[in-house]
Design a protein. Sequence first.
Length: 154
Amino acid sequence: MTVVFSSAEELERAVGKPLGVTEWLTIDQSRIDMFADATGDHQWIHVDPERAKNGPFGSTIAHGYLTLSLVNFFLPQLMQVENLLMGVNYGSDRLRFPAPVKVESRVRGAGEITSAERLPNGSVQVVVRIAVEIEGSDRPGCVVDTISRYTFAE
């Protein structure tokens, strides 16, 4: 269920509260191969299933940056910000890849707003920690603090 925010005050009150989790998404070889083609990263641990069977993970794995890119897919499923003049992605902090995402794994996003800070121009800067959870794993495939800036309509 997507949490909807309509003001800076609502975002500030949500600091420290979980946003919930998204639906599961299966990471298949086709998605991994398309990411390899888009980025030019064709390392065998990602794109050669036969060779990867005997590799360190027992199968191909998703690129770390593919896993990170899914944050952009999961974030709007976790939260929506309405009543905006503008919203921008300002960046990210604290990026980690604690566990590999093996092909055919199911992943989902789990989020929490960790800070909401008013800026001098009237905007609010919001940090959302997203963990890309792997079904059946104690460790996530990715954890990142996303930073967004929102300017609300009056």
